[in-house]
Write a protein that binds this ligand. Structure first.
Ligand code: FDA
Length: 321
């Protein structure tokens, strides 16, 4: 109930205007978002890399409604990859054979939402832009993961992913454990060298397509984890849930998968101590770093995930009165 109210607000442009202009918003946003510009993303990335973490950078934006906006989103990723190269955070000679296990651990990669690249306008448009980003990333010694959005775009997203992997097999997929279909998708994608990020799922989805209770989602997550961990791909375990992290550590041992052959992923600003603890234990840990001015929908999904995040937001609001 709490979650669906906040997720409904995430789609309301009226609430968006109120939140964006609230004086408190900047403080709360700063906790979860690196900043508005490419420079902010670079600064956060440098800090995380210096602490021994890997990074996936996401340029925020998901409601692209014109071809010009889609092209601008693509251009921003090309600028970002150039800036990362200039700063020495990615190196053309750092890549190894695409799709190989070692290629899976590029220190800095980018995450891309196809809706930002024009998926809602035309699948081919999003594919062309994503292809250009994958090509630039590969040339720079980095790689791309395609974020997963609401269930109405799952088939199209997986279709674009398949097309991208024909040229860039290292391109990462994201699967959401709350969808009933995901166990099957895990089986399809658990192939040699296939990078698959497994998350619980962040959108409000109907019961017809998604498990509704936390227990059902967790059980699905473990079933999917078993498939990915026992297969020949490269699992990317994206969760902050202590129980699921412990189960992933256990499954890695069970399936004889040493730390370099899978990774943990957590969001920027969420459980930062846990990110360092896991990295200190020898695991590859990737922090997902969003930046950009279109932070509203991303922030609302974070608030929906955890009452404590919302309490933080409300406390900050009160202290400004
Ligand atoms: P959940 O939110 O259920 O939390 C479980 C437990 O984790 C809590 O009970 C608490 O113990 C602990 N916890 C969580 N947050 C905490 C905090 N702030 N402080 C302390 N403890 C905390 N979704 C999607 O639909 N498409 C996508 O492409 C992605 N991509 C993505 C990338 C990465 C790297 C991550 C980590 C997540 C995503 N997600 C996503 C979001 C994902 O689907 C999900 O909404 C969030 O990760 C929250 O789910 P958790 O697994 O963390 O568990």
């Amino acid at each position: 109930m709490f979650r669906s109210v906040i997720l409904a607000a995430a789609r309301s442009s009226r609430v968006e205007r109120i939140v964006e202009t609230a004086p408190v918003a900047r403080d709360v946003v700063r906790r979860f978002v690196a900043g508005n510009g490419c420079d902010d993303a670079m600064r956060a990335t440098r800090e995380l890399v210096d602490q021994g973490l890997c990074v996936s950078i996401d340029h925020l934006g998901e409601d692209t409604l014109t071809a010009d906006q889609a092209a601008a989103a693509k251009d921003e990723y090309l600028r970002l990859l150039k800036a990362l190269t200039d700063a020495g955070l990615i190196r053309p000679d750092a890549g190894s054979a695409p799709g190989s296990r070692s290629a899976a651990a590029a220190t800095v990669e980018v995450s891309v939402k196809l809706s930002a690249l024009g998926l809602l306008l035309a699948e081919d448009l999003a594919y062309e832009h994503a292809h250009a980003i994958c090509a630039a990333a590969a040339a720079a010694g980095s790689m791309v993961t395609i974020d997963m959005e609401d269930h109405e775009t799952t088939d199209q997203t997986l279709d674009v992913l398949t097309r991208l992997r024909a040229d860039f097999p290292e391109t990462g997929a994201v699967l959401q454990a709350y969808l009933r279909r995901t166990e099957g998708d895990c089986r399809e994608l658990a192939t040699e060298g296939s990078r698959v990020r497994l998350c619980k799922g962040a959108y409000a989805e109907p019961e017809s397509v998604a498990f509704q209770s936390a227990a059902e989602v967790d059980r699905s997550y473990v079933r999917c984890l078993n498939i990915l961990m026992s297969g020949p791909g490269y699992p990317m375990v994206a969760t902050h849930d202590p129980r699921l992290i412990a189960i992933a550590e256990d499954r890695a041992k069970w399936f004889d998968r040493p730390p370099g052959q899978f990774e943990f992923q957590l969001l920027y600003g969420v459980r930062p101590d846990e990110q360092l603890r896991l990295a200190g234990n020898g695991y590859t840990v990737r922090s997902y770093v969003p930046y950009g001015t279109q932070w509203y929908a991303y922030l609302m999904r974070r608030l929906a995930e955890r009452p404590a995040n919302l309490a933080f937001f409300l406390r900050a609001l009160k202290s400004r009165k």
